[in-house]
Each structure stands twice: as C-alpha cells, then as structure tokens.
Design a protein around this ligand. Structure first.
Ligand code: SF4
Length: 507
C-alpha cells in the first residue's frame, strides 16, 4: 500500500482533492466510526445517525468507483477512539504514506499528527477545496487586526465576483439586513411549503439501528430522521429551498413561531458542513434565482452572506484563535448548564419549545439558537465551555470550526468581542416581538421583577447590572447601560435578588 487517505465524517466531498490526485490501484481510503466521537461530548442520536449514514454512503460510492475503503464500522471493532483505531491500522496496513485534509476540529488534527508520527510516518495534511478561502489566506488578510465579518465578506465578494457589478455591489448596497427583520405579527406564518424530507433508505436505517444498539444512551431522538445523506439529496434540498423558501428567507430570517422549526430557512447547513454540498453551488443557485427574477435581492444577499461571509469568517476566526478559544470566558460566566437543556422541562415556553424541537430533530434555526437557547445562556451567565459542548453535540450540522465561534463568540460574547461587535443581549420583549412563544407562557415579558416577570427580562437587567462598568462606554451598549442607571436603587436590588434565584434554579 502506497498511500492511506484518511477521510473524516465531515469531509465527504466526492471531489476530494486527495482522491483526484491518487490512484485506486496503489492507494486506499480509511474511515472509522468510533464511540468516543459520540460519547466524549454527548452527540444527539440524529446527529450520530447522520454522520454514520453519510459516511457509509460515501464509502459505498467510492467502492463503486473502484477504490479500496478500509472502513471500521461501529460494533465490528473495539477501538474506542479515532487515534486507537488509526494506530492499529497503521500497523496492520503498513502504508508508506498517510494523508488527510485539514480536519474540522483542532483536537482531531493534533491527534492525527501525533498518531502518525508515533507510527514513524510523516504527517501529510492538505487543505480541503470545499471552502472558498483558507485559514492562511484569512490570516494574511486579517493580519493582527480584529477584522469584522462585514469587511471580510466584502473582500470575498470582490474576489469571487459574487453579486457584483464590476467593482460595485449588485443593487448598490453590500448589505440588505435592514429589510430583513420582519415578524409574523399576530396572524402567524400562514402556509409555508414543508421542506423536502429524505426518508431513510436501507443504509441509513441500518446506521440508525447501529446507533440504537451500540450507543443507546445518546440524547435526542432519530425517530423522524429525514436529513439528506448523499450529494444528490443535498442538491434536491438546495433546489427545494431556492424554489420554495428563498424569496421570503430574508424578510423572515429573524422570526420564530410555535410548531415551526424551519420556516423559510434553507435546512442545508448539515449537508454543507459534511461537505455533501459545495458552498459555491449554493451561492450560484441563489444568485441565479435573483438573476432570473425568482427571488428578491434582499433575500438572496442575506442568504449568500451567511455562506460566503459568515461561514468563511467563523472558520478563519476558529483557526486563528485555537486552541485557546475554547477556554474563552471574558464575562466570567460561572453557572452550570441547567438540566432543562437536556430535558426541555421548564415553564419558560420559548425554551420548552426550542429545546423540545432540538431533542426531537437535532435542529433549530439560527434565531432560535441565538436568541432563545443562546440568549438565556448569555444572560444567566452559564459557563461557555458547557454551552459550547451542548451546541456541538445537539445539532446535526455542528462541527467544531463552525459551532465554537458561533457559540462562544456570537451567542455568549465569551471572546470579549473578537467576533461580534456587542453581546446579543435582549429582554423577553425581543422574543415577544419576534414570535408567538410568549402567548403560551405564564411569564410576562414586560415585567422586570416579581414572580410573574419573564426570566429573560429580569436576567437582561441583571446582566447589564453585572457588567455595567465593562459596557458603560461601549458604543453599542452605552444606551442600555444608561437605561439601567435610570432604575431606582430599590428596583436594581430587587432585580439582583430575583436574578440570583433564577440563575441557581431556572423555573
Ligand atoms: Fe420566553 Fe419570557 Fe416569553 Fe415566557 S414570557 S416565552 S420565558 S420570553
């Protein structure tokens, strides 16, 4: 065996650059399903099923194309973790070279280097071509500056020519966010076409059964599993989105509604992050929809910014800031993650809805993650590391490079503003404005204190109170601190008391 090519579960790109460059007669692929990847940080049953099903489909495709795949399947070997499984196979297969693409997780990257070196081989790592930019190019562009997403996004728009008219942005504006903040009002979202579902085939059903057999204690349910697991399905999911939901995606991207876990969102993040779908393809599909008059520019720009701007940006930040990033805790948050994140059992209706949905499906859309589960963790001062691990395990699309900056930087402000310009702190009134969750809740979002007060509202004021000195002169938080200073001392005291009770025992 000349070269063993390691393929990880989030690298299922059929146009994998190492495959293109290799020869099936002399080289082979290596893939492994290991319990530690689902147990070390508890991984939702649907997330684990998705990774296993997509990996098995990838391996079958490669074998059909003439490749030898050394595939270590769950239950058919006893290595607990990836380094152990790899170390054993380096002995038995004895390749001359081992190569892989940069993993999506810093710790795995370290482990692959250590295992290969210990086996007397030279680690050979290449950059995935799936992404539009590379960590090195990001670092060269950012230098030592704390660059903002918007700056980097415009740089990539110019470089790729996406939504550009020569040197000018299409439509004369880089960003249409101001047009993208509608709620559904009192009437609700009406009829939204249900996203296309992908019922499990025999391979996926077997993966799901193996998860139930060998990893019976995982959180969440894979009962209703319907995620795309192949490139063909990922393409169908993309078309379904651009045909049916993209036109209203921008307008309602911050809205939430009871019983609606997808609304106008794309539902392609898992396919992207497992590299079943190329981001250039998703961007081109949206840009074409605009050019053909099938979707407005504000929606298309908002969607493209998530992929070309935000997704590439958080990856740059991740590789620039690791390994220290995972320990970030700029606000000194010190509370344990409440049990309600694992059970959904709480009187707070918004959290009950969103956590219940996550347990059932492994998915919540962006604003549910940021402004319900993330907002509560920010305001209650929950330890960032525990929140990070919850997000990493509980969402079908979570891979550390994308999840960690979104959780630690965007939702929790744990990096002190390296990624976001301000904390996304808001009271229950934000949730009331953007959803119907508060109508079914025993709490009142307009009350700051007392038993009836919405915990988000009490905790919002307590958050400002705790961090008053830090944010008093902050350009985007100063007004909130001024409002805090208008409260009577007695009210501030009552807020502190109630907040302490809410933080130690969330209702
Ligand atoms: Fe959530 Fe507060 Fe609204 Fe209840 S009142 S749903 S806790 S925001």
């Amino acid at each position: 065996l000349r070269r063993l090519i390691l393929v990880l579960g989030d690298q299922l790109d059929r146009e994998h650059p190492l495959l293109r460059a290799a020869e099936p007669a002399r080289d082979a692929l290596w893939m492994a399903e290991v319990p530690a990847e689902s147990r070390r940080i508890p991984s939702h049953a649907a997330r684990t099923t998705l990774f296993l099903a997509a990996m098995r489909h990838f391996a079958a495709d490669c074998e059909a194309r003439g490749w030898t795949v050394h595939y270590r399947q769950l239950g058919q070997h006893d290595a607990e973790d990836l380094p152990t499984a790899l170390a054993r196979d380096l002995v038995t297969l004895s390749p001359e070279q081992v190569a892989w693409l940069r993993p999506g997780e810093y710790g795995i990257r370290q482990a692959l280097h250590a295992t290969t070196t210990a086996a007397g081989l030279t680690p050979e790592e290449h950059e995935p071509t799936h992404f539009i930019d590379t960590p090195a190019a990001f670092a060269a562009f950012a230098g030592h500056r704390a660059i903002r997403q918007e700056t980097y996004y415009r740089h990539l728009r110019r470089r790729t020519g996406v939504l550009m008219n020569g040197n000018e942005p299409a439509g004369g504006r880089w960003n249409f966010d101001a047009d993208n903040r509608a709620s559904f009002g009192r009437e609700g979202p009406g009829l939204i076409p249900a996203p296309r579902a992908f019922p499990p085939d025999a391979v996926t059903r077997r993966a799901r059964a193996d998860v139930a057999t060998y990893l019976p204690d995982l959180p969440g349910s894979a009962e209703g599993f319907d995620w795309p697991v192949t490139p063909a399905e990922a393409e169908q999911a993309l078309t379904d989105f651009t045909d049916h939901r993209l036109p209203d995606f921008g307008r309602y991207q911050d809205a939430m509604w009871t019983g609606h876990g997808v609304l106008y969102h794309a539902r392609i993040s898992a396919a992207l992050n497992l590299q079943l779908l190329d981001p250039r393809r998703a961007i081109a599909a949206a840009e074409t929809a605009w050019q053909e008059g099938r979707a407005p520019l504000a929606a298309v720009e908002g969607f493209i910014r998530q992929i070309l701007g935000w997704r590439e940006y958080v990856r740059g930040i991740y590789w620039q800031r690791m390994p220290d990033y995972l320990d970030a805790n700029a606000l000194g948050a010190d509370q344990p993650l409440p049990a309600l994140y694992w059970t959904g059992e709480t009187d707070m209706n918004c959290l009950r809805e969103v956590v219940g949905q996550v347990l059932a499906t492994g998915y919540a859309h962006h604003i549910q993650r940021l402004m319900v589960t993330g907002l509560f963790a920010l305001l209650a001062g929950i330890r960032p590391r525990e929140v990070h691990e919850w997000y990493l395990g509980m969402f079908v699309d979570a891979v550390e490079w994308v999840e960690a900056p979104n959780t630690l930087g965007m939702a929790l402000y744990a990096d002190g503003g390296a990624l976001a310009t301000k904390p996304y702190a808001a009271s229950g009134r934000y949730i009331q404005r953007m959803s119907n969750y508060c109508r079914g809740c025993r709490f009142r979002p307009d009350r700051r204190t007392g038993e009836e007060a919405c915990p988000f509202t009490t905790l919002y004021w307590a958050f400002l109170d705790r961090h008053e000195a830090r944010f008093a002169n902050h350009p985007r938080m100063g007004m909130a601190v001024k409002n805090l200073r208008r409260l009577y001392d007695g009210e501030r005291h009552a807020i502190r008391e109630r907040a302490a009770a809410l933080r130690s025992a969330p209702p």
